[in-house]
Design a protein around this ligand. Structure first.
Ligand code: RIB
Length: 271
């Protein structure tokens, strides 16, 4: 059974519920401010650990109180944080999230220390083995993402990437990933940029997901509390299942069930 190494972002999420999203230039009144743990990298790392994987979180938090608290929170959840750097010259990343009554959310990320993750943070990759999985997203510098992919492939490890928030990546990098995970919007952006990936997994929210010719229906959800962490739960759980040796369809089913569970709690990660 392989390990999952996540190289990615950690944010403090500031969440406000609104009836609807504001138009440009408009001010709206919202509900009480909630402050919860987030960041696509850490959300996916927590999901992978919840799915039973041994997980290492690689990245940076700031040298502030949130940074220290986040590091010890992940350690308490059993993640290896020995490659998670406290960067005293920066602040922990933050995300401003508005959740509308229809469940749709908008997110603005202020990256802080995430923007400083560089090749000197990637030592954990050089110890990866062929049955390990490297899991990436795009909230850290793209040069670091590229370097991480090349180093993991040189070790023979599998690379899974979630192209969120969307950015164009060179074909050489997309082809090194198995799979590239996108939602419908990111898939459209890829198509607009004329990019393809031979291993492409597209998620369609409540309509399910497709990986090549494998289609898996979404797990039914009756009560939706918050969809913020659904995509991350899917990616983290999929990576854990692949590291455990699951085939594509089984990994997708497990990921879909985890995503469905994740909409039952507030914020991106469970308490
Ligand atoms: O995918 C949800 C996450 O996106 C939030 O936790 C927020 O921090 C942003 O990274």
């Amino acid at each position: 059974m392989g390990r999952v190494v996540v190289v990615g972002s950690l944010n403090v999420d500031s969440i406000v519920e609104v009836e609807r999203h504001p138009k440009p230039g408009e001010t709206l009144m919202g509900g009480d401010l909630k402050t919860l743990w987030g960041g696509k990298g850490a959300n996916q790392a927590v999901a992978a650990a919840m799915a039973g994987a041994e997980v290492a979180m690689v990245g940076r938090v700031g040298g502030d109180v949130s940074g220290e608290q986040y590091r010890s929170r992940l350690a308490k959840r059993g993640l290896d944080v020995s490659h998670l750097r406290l960067d005293g010259e920066s602040v922990t990343g933050h995300a401003a999230i508005a959740v509308a009554a229809d469940g749709e959310n908008t997110i603005i990320v202020s990256p802080g220390a995430n923007a400083r993750v560089d090749s000197t943070d990637l030592d954990a990759i050089d110890a990866m083995e062929a049955d390990d999985v490297l899991l990436l997203q795009l909230e850290i510098p793209l040069e670091t993402v590229g370097e991480a992919i090349r180093r993991a492939r040189a070790r023979g490890a599998r690379v899974v990437i979630n192209l969120a928030p969307y950015a164009d990546l060179p074909t050489e990098l997309l082809e090194a990933c198995d799979p590239v995970i996108v939602n419908e919007h990111e898939a459209a952006q890829m198509a607009e940029a004329g990019l393809t990936a031979s291993s492409l997994l597209t998620t369609y929210g409540s309509k399910g997901s497709a990986w090549g010719d494998i289609e898996v229906a979404a797990t039914r959800v009756d009560d939706v509390v918050d969809t913020t962490g659904a995509g991350d739960s899917y990616c983290g759980t999929l990576a854990a299942a692949l590291a455990a040796g699951a085939d594509r369809e089984t990994a997708m089913r497990t990921a879909s069930a985890a995503a469905a569970r994740s909409v039952g709690w507030e914020g991106a990660q469970p308490e």
